[in-house]
Every structure is written in structure tokens, then in C-alpha cells.
Design a protein around this ligand. Structure first.
Ligand SMILES: Cc1ncc(COP(=O)(O)O)c(C=O)c1O
Length: 451
């Protein structure tokens, strides 16, 4: 990117805006890419250049950009009741309806929905519910939480602690006490010499059990995990992983929180990752594709095992002393309801199942190109990891490929040297090919540059 012109939107952005997940000093030099509009799987910058949004924004714009029905749903709700809250026995139609819808959609028995505004808040709230429940049960020592190295659960203080990535901890004095991380289930990088995928999966469960025993099972409250890891590099669990891990949780009566923030609403080829992997969570956290990110809305579903003691404790104290001004926001809830209606009406789950084989075929082909080390994915989420001896620093080759893709009109995201692909669920087969044609050309550009 060239240095921004004085007084341009780019220059004003540099002057006034601290960006998420950005090197602030580098941003002062390079400036932003200003995205102005979007339609379907494409977005356009303020110079009229079009890009395929290969990440669906942040793994989230399921219906693509410019879905008129979502805009209409928001407008109607804005006109009728633009805001009301859900504190102190108050409510409104959209939040009650969305709660009913989500509890009924859940693939395992769930009792109640609770609303938040981001994935981080949903996971933070899950921790608070879990701690509150342990106190309610007279088990105040049962407070520790286990998540996984490379798991991603957000950035608020507790959620960032769950996240198992160094950049979310470094210089933030995190993780907080009582959050522990177990083995990352990435077979290629974590396997031992000669270990089969199934044996590796079993070892992950043994590692988890050893951690539980070392800490004392009576002190462990919950295990948080994404069905498929997203921001950690799209790590698809090895064969037999969930079959080995879940019995360990059951054995020690540890709650299981499935973070469905990315996997939920069709991403893995079923409505929930929980179905894809036959999971039995006690809590599910939901966001992103819940509203196609047209509005910030997130939710937790909790089963009776969680709700019961929490409800009793709130009755004893006189209040469940928690809530956000935006919890169950009527416009967010109305957009989410319409979004879910469209996903069902258009049978997007079958669409994902139909498109996924071509997506996976092209992902694997990209994984056979120069510099590629591994391709992994499921449904419509995948990543290809690259390496090159002339760019040995972590993220060096990934960053180059990411820039080359952007130059050619494809927005991806490099997580280290893994390039992610997570397009809107509405993508067509021709568009899948268009996306990977650009990706292949960009990889060839970088391979040529590096020699
Ligand atoms: C699996 C998962 N959980 C939680 C979060 C945090 O969500 P948010 O950025 O809305 O706080 C994310 C965000 O990418 C995520 O991928």
C-alpha cells in the first residue's frame, strides 16, 4: 500500500483509529484498506477494486453482503422498537422468539438461551455461569477451566485467557489464574515418530486426563473447545479425537462448552459442529453466522444441569447479577431470526454439503503447489500451510502470500503461514473455482519472487 494522501479517509483513519489485530506503527506507514460496499461474496474498496471475501469477513457473513431481507428485518424492527433491554423481568418479542428458536434448534437438549454481543462475551459469560454454578452446588473449589493450545475463544480478560495463542497473552499479563491449556490436536505438528492419527487422538485424551489428575479432578469445572479450531489455523481434529476426549470429561463430571462461534449455522456441513462430531456439550456459545454479522449478537445455550443450580442460586441471592445493555437487543434478535429463516428456507446446509467436495478438492490442489506443506478443512472452512527456506520467520511466507492474494483480488487471512479459506456459505461452485484460481496464481507469484 502507498502512503495515504493528506486528508483522505485513509489519512484520517491513520490519524484517529487504533485497529484490532494490527501492528499500530506499521499501520501509520501503510494505512488501511478501506472497504466501501459489498454484494454476495464480493466486497469493493474505495478505489473500485473488487475482492472475493474469502473469509466471509471474520468467518461470519454466511449470507454474503447485501442480503436485502436482513436489511428489511433490521429496518422494520428499528421502526417498531429500536431498543429495549432484558433486565429485571423485561423483555420483547424478538429476544423471546430467538431464545425459543435456538433452544429448539439445538442438537442436544438445552434449557435456556442467554444473549450477549460478541463471542468473547458469550465465553466470558459461560465462565461466570460455571463459577456461579460451582458455588451453588457447594463446590467452591471447582473453578479451574481447561482449554487447548491454539484454541481461540476471544479477547476479553477471561476469554483471552482461554485462547491458547501467545499474542493474546503477551504483554497483557494473561492468562488469569486457573485457566489451563491442554494439547493442541494438530496431528502433523504434534504427532510422535511413527504415531498413527488414532493413537495421537488417544494421546490427546491421555494428556487431558493427566492434567486433570495433576490439578485434582475436584478443582476442574469445565473444558472449552471449538469443534474445529478456527483462528488457531483451522485445525480439524484427528480421527477419533472427540470419541476419546468426551469420556474423560464425563468420568470427572467436567462441563463441556462447545464454542460454536465459527462452526455454528452450517460452516462444517451440518447446522452445528456438535452434530458433525457427535458432541454432547452442556453449553454452546454462538455468534458470527447467527446474524451473518449484520448485527453484533451472540448467545449461549445452557442445559438443565447448568440452568438449574444457577436459577436456584439467583433465587437465593435475589438476582443473577449479570447482563449487558445490549443483551437480546431487539434489532440484533430480529436480524438473527430472519437470518436463520433464510438459512432454513434456502436449505443452505444442503448447499454446503453439495459445494464442499469441490471446495475440498481445490483446497487439496492448492496444498500440492510449490511451498505448500499441508491442506486441511471440512465443510466450507479450510487452510493451506506454506513454508519456504528463504522466508523462515513464522508468518513470513504466509504474509507474502496473503498480500499477493489481496493484490489479485482475494481477501484471505494468514495465521502464521497458514492461509485460511472460509467464504460466505452462499458461494457457488464457479466462485469456489474463481477463488482458488486466484489463490494458485498468488502462490505462484510468491514462489517466483522467492526463487
Ligand atoms: C471460536 C471463536 N470463539 C470466540 C470468538 C470471539 O468472538 P468475538 O470476536 O465476537 O469476541 C471467535 C472470534 O473469532 C471465535 O472464532
Amino acid at each position: 500500500m502507498n502512503k495515504p494522501l493528506p486528508n483522505s479517509i485513509e489519512a484520517r483513519d491513520v490519524a484517529y483509529h487504533l485497529h484490532s489485530y494490527t501492528d499500530a506503527r506499521k499501520h501509520e506507514e501503510a494505512g488501511p484498506l478501506i472497504v466501501e460496499k459489498g454484494e454476495g461474496i464480493y466486497v469493493e474498496d474505495n478505489n473500485g477494486k473488487r475482492y472475493i471475501e474469502g473469509m466471509a469477513g471474520l468467518w461470519s457473513v454466511a449470507l454474503g453482503f447485501g442480503e436485502q431481507r436482513l436489511i428489511d428485518a433490521a429496518t422494520r424492527q428499528m421502526q417498531k422498537l429500536p431498543y429495549y433491554h432484558t433486565f429485571t423481568h423485561k423483555g420483547h418479542g424478538p429476544s423471546a422468539e430467538l431464545a425459543e428458536k435456538l433452544v429448539n434448534m439445538a442438537p442436544v437438549p438445552m434449557s435456556k438461551a442467554y444473549f450477549t454481543n460478541s463471542g468473547s462475551e458469550a465465553n466470558d459469560t459461560a465462565i461466570k455461569l460455571i463459577w456461579y454454578r460451582s458455588n451453588a452446588l457447594g463446590q467452591p473449589e471447582r473453578k479451574k477451566i481447561i482449554s487447548r493450545v491454539k484454541g481461540y475463544h476471544g479477547v476479553t480478560l477471561a476469554a483471552a485467557s482461554l485462547t491458547g495463542l501467545p499474542n493474546n497473552h503477551r504483554s497483557f499479563d494473561l492468562p488469569i489464574e486457573g485457566v489451563l491449556h491442554t494439547t493442541c490436536p494438530h496431528y502433523r505438528t504434534m504427532k510422535k515418530e511413527g504415531e498413527s492419527e488414532q493413537d495421537f487422538a488417544k494421546r490427546c485424551a491421555v494428556d487431558l486426563e493427566e492434567l486433570i489428575l495433576k490439578e485434582g479432578p475436584e478443582t476442574i469445572a469445565a473444558f472449552f473447545a471449538e469443534p474445529v479450531m478456527g483462528a488457531g489455523g483451522v485445525i480439524v481434529p484427528p480421527d477419533g479425537y472427540w470419541e476419546a476426549v468426551q469420556p474423560v470429561l464425563k468420568k470427572y463430571d467436567i462441563l463441556f462448552v462447545a464454542d460454536e462461534v465459527i462452526c455454528g449455522f452450517g460452516r462444517t456441513g451440518n447446522m452445528f459442529g456438535t452434530e458433525t462430531y457427535n458432541l454432547q456439550p452442556d453449553i454452546m456459545t454462538l455468534s458470527k453466522q447467527l446474524s451473518s454479522s449484520y448485527m453484533p449478537v451472540s448467545a449461549l445455550l445452557v442445559n438443565e444441569k447448568v440452568y438449574g443450580p444457577v436459577a436456584d442460586e439467583s433465587h437465593k441471592i435475589g438476582v443473577w447479577g449479570h447482563g449487558y445493555t445490549g443483551s437480546g437487543h431487539p434489532v440484533g434478535a430480529a436480524v438473527a431470526l430472519e437470518n436463520l429463516k433464510i438459512i432454513e428456507e434456502r436449505d443452505l446446509i444442503s448447499h454446503v454439503k453439495e459445494i464442499s467436495p469441490q471446495f475440498m478438492k481445490r483446497l487439496k490442489q492448492l496444498g500440492e503447489q510449490d511451498m505448500a506443506v499441508e491442506a486441511r478443512g471440512i465443510g466450507l472452512i479450510g487452510a493451506v500451510e506454506f513454508a519456504h527456506e528463504k522466508a523462515p520467520d513464522v508468518g513470513a511466507v504466509g504474509g507474502r502470500i496473503n498480500r499477493a492474494m489481496q493484490e489479485r483480488g482475494l481477501i484471505s487471512r494468514n495465521m502464521g503461514d497458514a492461509l485460511a479459506f472460509c467464504p460466505p456459505l452462499i458461494i457457488s461452485e464457479a466462485q469456489v473455482n474463481e477463488m482458488f484460481d486466484i489463490a494458485e496464481a498468488a502462490v505462484a507469484d510468491v514462489a517466483k519472487d522467492l526463487g
